[in-house]
Design a protein around this ligand. Sequence first.
Ligand SMILES: Cc1ncc(COP(=O)(O)O)c(C=O)c1O
Length: 354
Amino acid sequence: MQIKPYVPGESKMDTDKPIRQLAANEAPLGASPKAIEAAQGSVAQLNRYPEGGAVALREKIGERFGFPAEQLICGAGSDEIIALICQAFTSEGSEVLYSQHGFLMYKISALAAGATPVSAPESDLRMDVDSMIDAMTENTRIVFVANPNNPTGSYSTKAELERLHAALPEDALLVIDAAYSEYVDAEAYSDGSDLVAQNKNVVMTRTFSKLFGLAALRIGWAYGSKEVIDILNRVRGPFNVSVPAQAAATAALDDWDWAMDAKHLNNRLLPAVTQRLRGMGLTVYDSVGNFILIDFSDADRATAADAFLRSEGIIGRGVAGYGLPTCLRMTIGTEDDMDVLTQALTRFIESESA
Ligand SMILES: Cc1ncc(COP(=O)(O)O)c(C=O)c1O
């Protein structure tokens, strides 16, 4: 089989040090207490199927973000929606295009659907519109852009997305995966929702796994044209989002202050830790997500740094699978996590010259 398994960020380690889980871009403060309470309160009738269309949740998402509920679909994580899109819009011979260091699930989902994955070179770890356009063929059916991208942390501008969309082959769908969009304040950024509003062939995917801290419940959503959402509704399982997931996500959107506090913590720590690590001589790429990509400029050094951090209880993410063997990706955790990370990397650098 051509599909290599997706290797998730690890969460366990054999050490007596406190574990700092910085491998999966999870929310360090957890979910809103109101979301947890809603999930707990939802389990009294486990014999009942969930509401199949996630109606209340879609209405809440629509209200919060300003999209029509009938143009929304919920899924068991945005991973499921990515897979459904590949299933619904490709067949053998179809090509699924994404950029060189794009999120791994695009390739996996394309292969699982029997389509051909195609990756286009990036420039400076950013999606390159011209290179994406060069890689388009008459067989291109889906173009995925993670905005911001994981694991690079870079983002594409509204103008770049518009130019990419304008060049799409007929019948192709542009999917803007905005899993980390809630963290981004950059003015030139777009989560793609404006393109969705104006075009039938654009979908934006979002998740409750990151800012809202609900990764365990598997809940994501997408905004697209009525036509695209109708097709996705036909291919999804009728009860694809569990009762606790729907309840918690709805409550999480009501606790907006919790989400904004989580965002502000991330957006305060992100530049601070970036500067500290750069000050220690490390290459840290600009990121607008809830993670940073540290380049150790040598694959062996990145592996040694990873092993050193693990011995200190810090679990980061090697990204060789993304074609970045010299790098490690680290989630922005709590303030304490970031202090421990910088101290550990200081000791690692000292150990190199010892
Ligand atoms: C860019 C991107 N898209 C989608 C996902 C999937 O998120 P989930 O399936 O938890 O919604 C992730 C998870 O790390 C991601 O980084």
